[in-house]
Design a protein around this ligand. Structure first.
Ligand code: NDP
Length: 313
């Protein structure tokens, strides 16, 4: 873990669960960052108490108010962090805040779907946009070659439940709004069922209605038309929701020296994961920090788990 030499890191949703353990282990490192920004939506509230106690023991830990569904709050948080960092940039942004509801296809409604999308996808996108200038600054002022979390990176905490390839194995937990907000991939250049479904949706006489069922299908066909000179023989994978966001960030920000990856923390004993989960939060975060220290250029745009294993989209 000593390999993770970051000067500054920001973790969203860090008053409990995975976020809280991330900031605990970061400040407890043998070479801790100069600044750890622990954001939560209600720093004064009862849910912020454990984080407040931790902050009182560590001069390098700063509590910042940030509600991932409130653009004004995100902008305010970015200003606070910028003022604290003075002339330096932010090395690592971890989009961890997320929500989960135990709904099935029978019980889910529009409000639930949109709520999950807002927190789990729009939130990380807005946070990424707001902190981009600070991440760019970190990359520009770094002497390091290539990409790494020690230089400049966005890590989105995703979930294996968002892997379309693994739906048969994971569907014992339907959690429709959650799994759809984390990922809804479409695969080009392979024989994926979603690919075929998307193509048939667009060529169907009632194409518009089918595009609602298979969002992205029309864009996928347009993309295909534009890139049909040999590229389709490669497995090119436009993604949707959080995993799509990660791939888009990776491609867009690579030129700025910023690494972007999606991480599945394992099934973890938190309020969300419940006590029945496989991993203690300490085990998961030890693994995640080891993975972060090993990430390089070749991992940008990847989906990995807490043990460093690449997951299928
Ligand atoms: P918890 O429910 O224990 O904690 C969620 C955290 O997110 C809390 O700090 C919560 O704050 C915060 N949060 C929720 N909504 C917002 C918001 N709008 N703005 C800011 N913060 C918000 O979940 P975990 O710690 O288990 O999960 C953390 C991440 O890991 C999530 O993205 C989750 O999807 C992912 N994950 C978790 C797994 C698990 O098994 N636990 C498995 C796979 C992925 P507040 O206290 O204010 O509600």
């Amino acid at each position: 873990m000593a390999g993770l030499n970051i000067r500054s890191v920001l973790v969203t949703g860090s008053n409990r669960g995975i976020g809280l353990e991330l900031v605990k282990q970061l400040v407890g490192k043998s070479n801790p960052p100069r600044w750890v920004f622990a954001t939560c939506r209600n720093p004064e509230g009862t849910r912020g108490q454990e984080l407040r106690e931790l902050v009182s023991k560590h001069a390098n830990l700063v509590m910042v108010k940030l509600d991932a569904v409130n653009p004004v709050s995100i902008q305010e948080a970015a200003k606070t962090v910028e003022a604290q960092l003075e002339d330096s940039g932010l090395n690592l942004l971890i989009n961890n805040a997320g929500i989960f509801s135990n709904v099935t296809l029978e019980t889910v409604d529009a409000e639930e779907m949109l709520g999950a999308y807002k927190t789990n996808v729009v939130g990380p996108m807005l946070v990424g946009q707001a902190f981009l200038p600070l991440l760019k600054k970190a990359a520009q002022t770094s002497a390091q070659k290539g990409l790494s979390c020690s230089k400049a990176a966005i890590v989105n905490i995703s979930s294996v439940l968002g892997s379309v390839a693994l739906v048969p194995e994971t569907f014992f937990k339907p959690v429709i709004s959650y799994r759809c907000s984390k990922a809804v991939p479409l695969t080009l250049g392979t024989s994926s069922l979603h690919h075929r479904a998307a193509i048939s949706a667009c060529s169907h006489p009632r194409g518009a209605a089918h595009s609602v069922l298979f969002p992205g299908a029309r864009q996928l066909l347009l993309w295909r038309k534009e890139h049909s000179h040999g590229l389709l023989s490669q497995a090119v994978r436009p993604q949707a929701a959080l995993n799509m966001l990660t791939r888009s960030q990776a491609l867009s920000y690579m030129k700025d020296g910023i690494l972007c990856a999606a991480l599945h923390p394992g099934w973890v004993q938190t309020d969300m994961g419940t006590r029945e989960a496989d991993l203690t939060v300490e085990e998961s975060i030890r693994g995640i920090l080891t993975v972060l220290s090993a990430l390089s250029e070749k991992h940008s745009g990847s989906f990995l788990n807490w043990a460093g294993k690449t997951l299928p989209w």
